[in-house]
Design a protein around this ligand. Structure first.
Ligand code: MN
Length: 474
């Protein structure tokens, strides 16, 4: 399994010296209490560390520099306990290169009518302190997140938790390396894009390799290692020989496992966390990677078929954001346009992610009828039901654009005995016609990432962080 470092978030509180040292001690105590309780809530995927009360431009600037420099820190959470003159924040905030969450909250969630006095007001000035501070972030065009509400409420804590996952994915996005085995599919447009711009904006390194380099690595795989993976496969999935004779079945499965081990070794050596294949570029390979690709996707690698490096990189980012849960490469495959049944059947020839399976995947061997190679083994299963989102990225002359809608995911109405692929159905929540029209008018392609674990808000936050254009269909 590909892993993600155990990041932390640094929390600071804004104040000033108008009301004396005693007040500042109270500010620090309250902020520490908030950090402790957020951590104790058990909701946050990454720890919040309270660092200090910030009162001067110099301390804020030094703090932001340290955040930039420290690889353990994924981002900053700020809160204005009192009135903190926003001019103090300009230099430091300008220098900040990591995600910023402004937690606009108040230590108490009520107005203490009986006891409220000017001492209380001098200490608790979030109501206008947070506005003053938000102004400067808006003015600096920081594209920061603002979470508003009482810090002790579970909805507010959920929002902080969701944002933490996005912020970590943003940090990790700059480490995403995609190995392209072969080029993009001939004649296809939407899978193309500006790789240099993708690296500048999202941090994605996208490198090409000739198939010969990969075949060489696959040919080094030892039989004993394939035996081990075969036993692992048998322990996790149902082996279905079907109409194949035993030798053909075993050989096909072993060929895929050999590719799995070989591709993984190639990716590990180069530090790659995502990859693409192309059925038009298979020189020297016995089969198109099917089961091999599915096992790598399961392990957390991003994947794009037909050379689609944008979806491969997006897939890796979304797997980081979702902790590897139920987030799959998909293709709009075929449609049910009948009234009352409106749905998109999503699938791919072979490479469907088993993390969305609702039943135990079966290892099957069937002809592919494309690419002119031997019959590939693949995992066949049924997708899941529930709320999900579907996301893609297209490239235009005015930049990358994220296109997305919320969907209701469901299972196929019947089996497809003659189409042995893993299947997932979904219907855009705005309706199939409205959703599909808006998607196509925005220029969204047929390759997508479908996630049961992430929300539209998270994807919008990510698009905002990387300054991507957005078409969120609602
Ligand atoms: Mn495709």
């Amino acid at each position: 399994m590909l892993s993600v470092p155990d990041y932390e978030f640094w929390f600071v509180t804004g104040s000033q010296h108008l009301y004396g040292e005693e007040q500042l001690k109270s500010v620090a105590k309250d902020a520490q209490d908030i950090a402790d309780k957020l951590n104790a809530s058990g909701k946050l995927p990454y720890k919040v560390v309270f660092k200090d009360v910030m009162t001067t431009a110099e301390s804020i600037t030094n703090f932001m520099k340290e955040v930039n420099y420290n690889d353990k820190v994924a981002g900053v959470i700020t809160w204005m306990h009192t009135f903190s003159p926003a001019k103090n924040w300009i230099r430091g905030t300008e220098l900040l290169q990591k995600p910023l969450l402004h937690l606009a909250t108040q230590y108490l969630n009520n107005i203490p009518y009986a006891d409220i006095d000017f001492d209380y007001m001098n200490l608790n000035q979030s109501a206008h302190g947070d506005r003053e501070y938000a102004y400067i972030n808006a003015r600096l065009q920081k594209n920061n997140k603002i979470v508003y509400g009482y810090w002790g409420d579970s909805e507010v804590q959920d929002k902080i938790a969701s944002w933490e996952d996005v912020a970590v994915a943003y940090n990790e996005s700059f480490k995403v390396k995609v190995a392209r085995f072969g080029d993009t599919m001939r004649n296809v447009a939407v899978t193309e894009g500006d790789k240099v711009q993708a690296q500048i904006q999202m941090g994605w390194t996208v490198d090409y390799y000739g198939i010969g380099d990969l075949v060489e690595e696959i040919n080094k795989v030892k039989d004993a290692d394939i035996d081990k993976e075969y036993a692992d496969l048998e322990s996790k999935y149902t082996m279905v020989q079907g109409d194949n004779d035993a030798d053909k079945y075993t050989k096909s499965v072993r060929t895929q496992l050999k590719q799995y081990i070989g591709i993984k070794s190639f990716l590990e050596k180069g530090g790659y966390t995502a990859f693409t294949t192309n059925f038009e570029d298979l020189w020297g390979m016995e089969q198109l990677p099917g089961l091999a690709a599915q096992l790598l996707i399961r392990d957390g690698y991003g994947f794009g078929a037909e050379g689609d490096w944008k979806t491969a990189a997006l897939g890796r980012v979304m797997k980081i954001m979702s902790h590897g849960k139920k987030t799959a490469f998909m293709e709009d495959y075929t449609l049910d346009l009948r009234k009352g049944h409106e749905a998109i059947l999503g699938s791919h020839m072979l490479e469907v992610d088993p993390t969305i399976a609702s039943d135990k995947p079966r290892v099957e061997v069937h002809p592919l009828d494309i690419g002119g190679k031997a019959d590939p083994a693949r995992l066949v299963f049924t997708g899941s039901e529930g709320d999900a989102i579907d996301v893609t990225v297209s490239d235009f002359r005015d930049g990358f654009k994220m296109i997305s809608y919320a969907v209701a995911a469901h299972k196929p109405e019947a089996e497809t005995p003659k189409l042995p692929v893993a299947k997932q159905l979904w219907t855009p929540k705005v309706g199939l016609e409205k959703g599909a029209l808006a998607w196509m008018q925005a220029g969204g392609g047929h390759h997508t990432m479908l996630s049961f674990a992430l929300t539209e808000e998270q994807m919008e936050d990510f698009a905002t962080m990387v300054n991507m254009n957005k078409a969120f269909i609602k």
